[in-house]
Ligand binder design. Structure first.
Ligand code: ADP
Ligand code: MG
Length: 507
């Protein structure tokens, strides 16, 4: 009997030791895994480092690339496209103008009324419609006949009566957000299609001419007064509301900027003359690149797996299309190195499952137990039961990626200000700050990432203050416009309408 008791006691002790060893081993393993997660986090933080010194290097690089892109065709990754828009709306134009906004899956028709009163007031009506899928890969005639029919219907519905209205000549602003080489404010050749469109007979063809022919076929007497892209529309609307507006930025799914440049600075197009002495330049800044940009292995992988490697490098670090996916890639790396997030989820390895608005919702989760983070990890990435300390790590990753994006966008803005001598430094020639009297400078801004993501916006403003210093930064105002791509095009139709002489000349 005594032997049995001893035997049981020894057995129990062995089990206890085994359990203790397992617990200790488990703890060591889990501490090791945790260390690996922390290491990945530290690496991302270091890789995304955006100190004010580094941002100033990005500012300088942006200004230098702008010069290079203006000096010669292909002189920089910044295309610095001429828009032939030389006359920004200032509230003096009156009347009713139309706009057509075609840039993705939807297109919109708008009617804008510029009332004859002071201060100037505008009202607009808009109708949005999806482009039927089959027309995106059909012929230019099919696409533009469809658009012209919708425009005709809209006019008949919005104006007093079809007979009365249809014989009146109207002016139209056409926002066409695809790469176009413009020859004048109202003509431009499609360079290539993007965003799922592929209408072969249109590449290399004058886009407004295709629309004009369709309008004639439908019996609409309408003149296409301006062909613009969405940044130019945003600048026009910003300038209409505030004449100190000199540039516009879009930070939504993608990112781009345009600004008002002196024509004598556009060296690649010598002999260009405008009555204002200025022209809006579409930078296509999404394609900006500089070795000073803080790039991580996640950015390199995202780029090489994208359909356009080596293109749109700045956009891939900044815009709403990509931020969520950078965060997903970091979480995946943490999982691969530590498996702390539990069994692998196929969603985590699938590109673009984590969209930026969901990433922003995790970042902005202010509940003490990060409930929203847990919900999104479970529902979107199919990772259930993530412990609180790991949820905190996820929030930190969102913060690092978003903060870098917002600060780089701020550096880009200051780069433009530097190029036009509005950063308080005397421009690229670098006069001393104290010698320069800062003019009030407004930048129109639009896009879901900036307007709907509070922390992104705050980081961007903070970086502007840091780079410029508060004394200068207080003269720089970012103003959100709404519907610039549509309303702005109608305003440009007004300021470049047939009643104005065409005042751009090439000597
Ligand atoms: P687009 O750029 O396609 O013309 P928007 O300017 O409306 O359209 O921007 C939409 C983009 O903004 C979305 O693709 C998304 O990346 C981003 N976005 C929208 N809402 C939010 C949000 N709440 N938080 C973060 N990003 C957002
Ligand atoms: Mg848009």
């Amino acid at each position: 009997m005594g032997r049995v008791v001893v035997g049981v006691a020894v057995g129990l002790a062995t089990v206890a030791c085994a359990v203790a060893a397992a617990v200790v081993g488990g703890r060591i393993r889990s501490r090791r895994k945790w260390k690996r997660v922390v290491r990945v986090l530290r690496e991302v933080e270091e890789g995304c480092e955006s100190s004010v010194e580094r941002l100033r290097q990005v500012v300088d690089a942006m200004a230098v690339e702008m010069h290079a892109g203006l000096a010669s065709e292909g002189g920089s990754k910044l295309k610095m496209l001429l828009t032939y828009v030389h006359n920004l709306p200032d509230g003096t134009d009156k009347g009713t103008y139309y706009a057509l906004d075609l840039g993705g899956t939807n297109f919109r028709v708008l009617r804008v009324h510029l009332h004859d009163q002071q201060p100037s007031v505008l009202e607009h009506e808009v109708q949005q419609q999806p482009i039927p899928q089959h027309l995106m890969t059909s012929t230019s005639k099919d696409l533009f006949d469809f658009i012209a029919s919708s425009l005709k219907e809209f006019i008949e519905k919005e104006e007093d009566g079809p007979e009365l209205a249809l014989d009146r000549r109207r002016e139209l602003g056409f926002t066409f957000s695809f790469p176009v080489k413009q020859m004048s404010v109202s003509s431009g050749i499609l360079m290539k299609w993007t965003k799922g469109f592929s209408i072969v007979d249109m590449v290399g063809v004058d886009v407004p001419a295709c629309l004009q022919e369709a309008l004639i076929r439908k019996g609409l007497d309408m003149r296409i007064a301006a062909l613009v892209n969405d940044t130019v529309g945003t600048l026009a609307l910003g300038h209409y509301h505030d004449s100190d507006t000199v540039a516009s930025i879009i930070i939504g799914t993608g990112t781009n900027a345009c600004y008002l440049e002196r024509v004598d600075a556009i060296i690649k197009c010598q002999g260009l003359l405008t009555t204002s002495g200025y022209m809006v330049v579409n930078m296509e800044w999404g394609n900006f690149w500089s070795s000073h940009l803080p790039r991580t292995s996640y950015d390199i992988d995202l780029d090489s797996e994208s359909p356009n490697p080596n293109d749109q490098g700045f956009e891939k670090m900044i815009s709403g299309m990509y931020l969520g996916d950078i965060v997903r890639r970091v979480i995946l790396r943490m999982w691969l190195e530590s498996d702390m997030f539990g069994p692998i989820s196929s969603k985590l390895s699938m590109p673009f499952t984590l969209r930026t608005p969901m990433m922003a919702a995790m970042h902005e989760d202010d509940s003490p137990d990060l409930r929203e983070v847990a919900r999104i990890l479970k529902d979107i990435l199919e990772i259930p039961d993530v412990p609180l300390k790991l949820r905190k790590v996820v929030v930190k990753v969102c913060d690092v990626v978003t903060r870098r994006a917002a600060r780089l966008a701020a550096a880009g803005i200051v780069g433009i200000l530097k190029k036009i001598g509005r950063d308080g430094s005397g421009g690229i020639t670098g006069a001393r700050r104290s010698d320069v009297k800062m003019k009030r400078t407004v930048v129109a801004i639009e896009g879901g990432l900036y307007s709907s993501y509070t922390l992104f916006r705050e980081y961007l403003h903070e970086a502007l203050n840091e780079i410029l210093g508060e004394d200068i930064a207080k003269h720089v105002i970012l103003k959100v416009t709404e519907d610039g791509s549509g309303v702005g095009a109608a305003l440009l139709a007004a300021s470049h309408s047939s009643s104005d002489v065409d005042t751009v000349q090439l000597l």
